[in-house]
Ligand binder design. Structure first.
Ligand code: ADP
Ligand code: ZN
Length: 360
């Protein structure tokens, strides 16, 4: 029960291994890329549960354990990690391993990309979100006071190891957040996959390993195909932002707090993209209803009113969108849908329609 997804990027190509029990095999999988000391960057939660599996890998592992949470993905966190990595003895021909969720993967990838002008790194994502999204495609970044992920670079990993067994220790809410990104792939480009998720998504989330391996591998396959065609997001890769313009605005309006996690913002954001598409006469209403029905069935939020606490105004949300780094030439850009499985990018959205959808 294991799959290998290839990311074809010429000299920067790599394999994504998806399956069960892969942590125990990580030593063998990493060996071809490792040389000397192998720093393994992780956070306290992941270290407590999953680090031991790597300590017995036969590699000369040097754990670097950071504080969990988004705050670690900062200049301060980068400075601290950089000196730990430089002191670890890893050389330019060596390998740095990121073992954790998106925070660890983004920060470690960035550090690996700039230290000694670039050191190879491997991703061992331990959240569903990181397995299907952030560990694949080479985007790395930290957050600054000006916004999230505004400082970073493209640095592709040499290998990605997604062991779905590690998801069993993930809090349910985090698991659902990752599922929102899985669903995104169906919504943006693969109706058959969406239908498969309608039938099997709950099973995958409920612990059916075969279903989860398929969900993760298929998501990675879709992301890999898009990244292969548009590595640096000059076009098609933008479709991966479905739900994200809205989602980021909602995250910003709730202060990036645990009132709304990223995947929850994306779930509501996708529902809003469907509603806006219907309003503009671009998408059949029954596709929007069907999409929202699945969000609800699986336990994800689908409306701004699902967010606890005071509701942000439409204008406040639009102001947050205008600050998003994806706004080009001052025009807001949106990923909308013609149907489930058919997303496209546009900057032609009348602000009245936007305001109506954000107020509904
Ligand atoms: P994301 O991948 O969603 O961006 P983070 O890197 O912030 O997320 O991880 C989310 C939280 O889940 C963190 O507190 C992290 O320590 C914890 N975590 C990550 N992987 C696991 C796991 N496999 N089991 C339990 N907790 C985990
Ligand atoms: Zn996302």
């Amino acid at each position: 029960m294991s799959e290998i997804v290839k990311v074809g990027l010429g000299a920067r190509s790599y394999d994504i291994h998806v399956g069960r029990g892969l942590l125990a095999q990580a030593g063998d999988l990493l060996k071809p890329f490792a040389r000397g000391t192998v720093p393994v960057v992780t956070d306290e939660n992941v270290a407590r549960i999953h680090l031991a599996a790597l300590s017995n890998s036969g590699l000369d592992v040097k754990p670097i354990v950071l504080a969990p949470g988004e705050g670690t993905k900062s200049f301060t966190g980068l400075e601290k990690l950089s000196s730990e990595l430089l002191r670890s003895g890893v050389d330019r021909g060596g390998l740095i391993v990121a073992l954790g969720g998106g925070v660890i993967g983004d920060l470690t990838g960035f550090a690996a990309g700039i230290l000694k002008r670039g050191i190879a790194f491997a991703q061992i994502p331990t959240t569903l979100l990181a397995q299907v999204d952030s560990s694949v495609g080479g985007k790395t970044a930290i957050n600054t006071a000006e916004g999230k992920n505004l400082v970073g670079l493209f640095h592709q990993p040499r290998i990605v190891i997604a062991d779905i067994d590690v998801l069993s220790t993930l809090p349910k809410r985090e698991l659902l957040c990752g599922y929102a990104e899985v669903l995104k792939y169906g919504a943006l480009g693969d109706r058959a996959f969406f239908e498969w998720l309608e039938a099997n998504g709950a099973k995958a989330l409920g612990g059916d390993a075969g279903a989860m391996v398929h969900a993760v591998a298929h998501s990675c396959r879709m992301k890999a195909a898009i990244v292969e065609r548009d590595e640096r997001e000059t076009g098609e890769r933008a479709l991966l932002n479905l739900g994200h313009t809205f989602g980021h605005a909602l995250e910003a309006a709730t202060g990036f707090s645990d009132r709304l996690l990223h995947g929850e913002g994306v779930a509501i954001g996708m529902a809003l993209a469907f509603r806006l598409s219907v309003r503009l006469g671009l998408c059949p209403g029954q596709d929007a209803e069907r999409f929202v029905r699945h969000l609800k069935a699986i336990g994800l939020p689908s409306s701004i009113t699902d967010i606890p606490g005071e509701r942000a105004s439409a204008d406040a949300l639009i102001a947050h969108m205008a600050h998003d780094k994806k706004a080009k030439d001052g025009r807001l850009r949106f990923i909308l849908v013609r149907a489930i499985g058919e997303a496209f990018e546009t900057d032609a959205v009348p602000v009245e329609a936007l305001r109506t959808v954000l107020s509904s």
